[in-house]
Write a protein of this length. Structure first.
Length: 373
């Protein structure tokens, strides 16, 4: 039979209307498509922080001199370190660390003031809770920089050179600016796969697939028709996420909107194809949901550069991350939203997203057999 674009379009739209009717009758699916993305963006935007402000420390001043008082005041005045307690001795400071009242303890020993009065170098001790390596490194870095600045100010020694620092793209160093683009990619991956992983599996469980096979609708028409409503929901999720990010977290959009739209569409279409492929091969809503969540959640969270740079991954995982589509969308969103990137900056990410979309949709179409097992 000769291919007719008009007939193809009408059949695709008929399948799409049928899928829309399923979605409208399922309140849980609407929550999954709209409510969960907004909830996750709020959680990651407000609840996840890599900033190093107000790190709680306990102070032990064994010297009780003007010099020790000045040092403690200088180290806690910036706001990076917050003195939560004055302990009597080192065992009391250790107790504060064990009870999680503080992440560090600053101990000023006897004789510190006398050494400083003679022009010598006074030593202080810093006890660090190394349970959380990230917080420990923040505490060490902040304390070292504050001690260096205090020492230079006291000795009034001019450094040999000065560095003028200008932080681009995220001058305030806000965690939300780093996390939100990755959160958008993570949410789209999770929601898109979960939505479509239920699509065909639901048809098999309800027995309506036999009726679908009895029609003259082609395999590609079924696949495209089932994907279109969820593609529209994915686009809505992107718009809501960007609006929420801009209104609540001041997330900028500095780059090319067409590149942002194209990258998002390719990613959504590819993840929908992945979910549809899972639903076709499982034929069970429970199993499809489990495989969909597993295949979308962990790779998009851990291997995409969302939370950890992919360059820091072991060689094997770095190679695997090349196959993770969220890696390309995270890079594209950060480039377009924060850096003002255009086509020349994101074309490699677009190629990766296009390849993934083509592979998943082709796999879904090829695995869709028009027969009852």
């Amino acid at each position: 039979m000769r291919f007719s674009p008009g007939r193809f379009f009408r059949r695709v739209m008929a399948m799409a209307r049928k899928e829309v009717a399923h979605v409208r009758r399922d309140a849980g699916m609407l929550y999954l498509a709209i409510g969960m993305p907004l909830l996750l963006i709020f959680i990651f935007g407000f609840g996840v922080r890599f900033d190093a402000d107000d790190l709680p420390v306990v102070v032990v001043d064994e010297d009780h001199s003007e010099q020790s008082d000045a040092l403690i005041e200088a180290l806690t005045a910036s706001g990076d370190l917050e003195m939560v307690e004055m302990a009597e001795d080192e065992p009391a400071a250790e107790l504060a660390l064990r009870s999680n009242r503080a992440v560090g303890a600053l101990i000023v020993p006897h004789g510190f003031g006398a050494i400083r009065q003679r022009g010598g170098t006074g030593e202080v001790q810093l006890l660090v809770d190394g349970t959380d390596g990230t917080i420990a490194n923040m505490l060490l870095a902040n304390t070292e920089s504050l001690v260096l600045a205090t020492s230079l100010r006291e000795q009034r020694v001019m450094p040999a050179f000065a560095v003028s620092v200008s932080t681009r793209y995220n001058p305030a160093g806000e965690s939300a600016m780093f996390l939100l683009p990755g959160t958008i990619a993570y949410v789209l991956a999770l929601v898109s796969v979960l939505l479509t992983s239920l699509a065909v599996a639901r048809e098999w469980e309800r027995g309506s697939m036999e009726q679908l096979f009895a029609t003259s609708v082609g395999t590609l028409e079924i696949v495209v028709g089932k994907l279109l409503p969820y593609l529209a929901l994915g686009v809505l999720d992107v718009l809501l996420a960007l609006a929420l990010g801009a209104l609540v977290f001041d997330l900028p959009i500095r780059g090319s909107l067409p590149m942002l739209a194209l990258g998002s569409l390719l990613f959504i279409f590819g993840m929908l194809g992945q979910g549809l492929f899972i639903s076709i091969i499982t034929r069970s809503q429970m199993l499809a949901t489990q495989l969909g969540a597993l295949s979308a959640m962990l790779p998009s969270l851990l291997l995409s550069g969302f939370l950890f740079p992919t360059d820091n991954l072991p060689l094997l995982l770095r190679a695997v991350s090349v196959l993770i589509p969220a890696r390309y969308l995270v890079a594209l969103l950060r480039s377009v939203l924060l850096k003002g990137g255009g086509f020349l900056d994101v074309w490699q990410d677009l190629v990766g997203l296009l390849a993934f979309a083509l592979v998943t949709v082709a796999a879904s179409t090829a695995s869709f057999k028009r027969r009852i097992a």
